[in-house]
Design a binder for this molecule. Structure first.
Ligand SMILES: NC(=O)c1ccc[n+]([C@@H]2O[C@H](COP(=O)([O-])OP(=O)(O)OC[C@H]3O[C@@H](n4cnc5c(N)ncnc54)[C@H](OP(=O)(O)O)[C@@H]3O)[C@@H](O)[C@H]2O)c1
Length: 254
C-alpha cells in the first residue's frame, strides 16, 4: 500500500548514464525510487548515492527480456506516480554492411520495444484505477528517420515514439500522462560503441535535467539538443531520397 504523500518513481535501466543521472535528480526526502538494472554492483552504487540524498530506494535486478517476471514485479508495485522506461541497448551493421546478427536483432527488439510495451501493460491498470500517473518512454532522435548504420535500433525507437504518441492520445482523458523522450547523443557506454559522428554530445546529467524539466511540464515530446533535434526532425519531413543523401553527406552512410 502506497504511503500517502510519498512520490513513487520507477526508473528501468538505472545502473548507468541517463538512468542513474535521472535517479540522482529525483532522489530526495519523500520520494521512493524503484531502481532497476542487471548489473548489481552498479545498481547498489546508484542506490547508495540516492539514499545519501534521503530517498527511499528499492532495487530490482531482472533482465527486461523476462517479460513474465517483469510484469509480475511491476504489477506488484501498484500505482506509481512516474514510470521512466529507460532500459535500452544498441547494435549496428558491420563495417562491410552486413546486417546485425538475428539473435542481436531479437534481443534489441525485446529490450527496446517489447519490454517497454510489456511494462505499460503491467503498470497501467493501477494508474487507470487511480486516474493518475505518468509514463515516459525513452525513444531517440534516431526515431525520426532511420540511420543507415543502426537500422534495428532506429526501428525500435521509431516504434516506441509512435507507441507513446498513441498512448498519450488514448490516456489523456483518464488523467494519465505519457511522454516520449528523444535524446540526441549522450555520453554512455552505448553511445561510445556506436559508429559515426556524434555532434552536440551531452553529459548524462545535462540530459537528465532536460528530461526532468520536460516531464514536469508534461511535454508530449522531450527532444534535445536543439540543433540536432531540428535537423533530424527535417529528415522526417523532407522527401526520403533527399534525407538519405543528406545523411550520406554528413558521414552517416553505411
Ligand atoms: N546515450 C545516447 O546517446 C542515447 C541517445 C538516444 C536514446 N538513448 C536511450 O536512452 C536509454 C538509456 O541509455 P544510456 O545512454 O544511458 O545507455 P547505457 O548507459 O548503456 O544504459 C542502458 C541501461 O539499460 C539497461 N539494460 C540494457 N539491457 C537490459 C536488459 N536486457 N535488462 C535490463 N536492463 C537492461 C542497462 O542496465 P544493465 O546493463 O545493468 O542491465 C543500463 O542501465 C536507452 O533506452 C537508449 O536507447 C540513449
Amino acid at each position: 500500500m502506497a504511503e500517502p504523500g510519498r512520490r513513487r518513481i520507477l526508473i528501468t535501466g538505472a545502473t548507468s548514464a541517463i538512468g542513474s543521472a535521472l535517479a540522482e535528480l529525483y532522489a530526495r526526502p519523500g520520494v521512493t525510487l524503484y531502481l532497476h538494472g542487471r548489473n548489481q554492483a552498479m545498481l547498489a552504487d546508484v542506490a547508495a548515492r540516492c539514499r545519501a540524498l534521503s530517498a527511499e530506494v528499492v532495487t530490482q535486478g531482472l533482465d527486461v527480456r523476462e517479460f513474465a517476471a517483469l510484469s509480475t514485479w511491476l504489477t506488484s508495485l501498484g500505482a506509481l506516480d512516474l514510470a521512466i522506461l529507460n532500459a535500452g541497448m544498441n547494435i549496428h551493421v558491420s563495417s562491410s554492411g552486413a546486417l546485425e546478427p538475428w539473435d542481436d536483432v531479437d534481443a534489441l527488439l525485446d529490450v527496446n520495444l517489447k519490454s517497454a510495451i510489456a511494462a505499460v501493460h503491467a503498470l497501467l491498470p493501477a494508474m487507470r484505477a487511480r486516474r493518475a500517473g505518468q509514463i515516459a518512454l525513452l525513444s531517440s532522435l534516431a526515431g525520426y528517420f532511420g540511420l543507415p548504420v543502426t537500422p534495428t535500433y532506429s526501428a525500435s525507437k521509431a516504434g516506441l515514439k509512435a507507441y507513446g504518441e498513441a498512448l498519450r492520445g488514448l490516456l489523456a482523458a483518464e488523467g494519465i500522462k505519457v511522454n516520449v523522450i528523444m535524446p540526441g547523443y549522450v555520453k554512455s557506454a552505448m553511445c561510445d560503441a556506436m559508429p559515426g559522428p556524434k555532434p552536440f554530445l551531452w553529459a548524462p546529467e545535462r540530459a537528465a535535467r532536460a528530461i526532468v524539466r520536460g516531464l514536469d511540464r508534461n511535454q508530449a515530446r522531450i527532444s534535445f539538443p536543439f540543433p540536432l533535434n531540428f535537423g533530424t526532425w527535417w529528415l522526417a519531413v523532407l522527401p526520403a531520397a533527399l534525407s538519405t543523401r543528406i545523411l550520406r553527406w554528413l558521414g552517416y552512410g553505411a
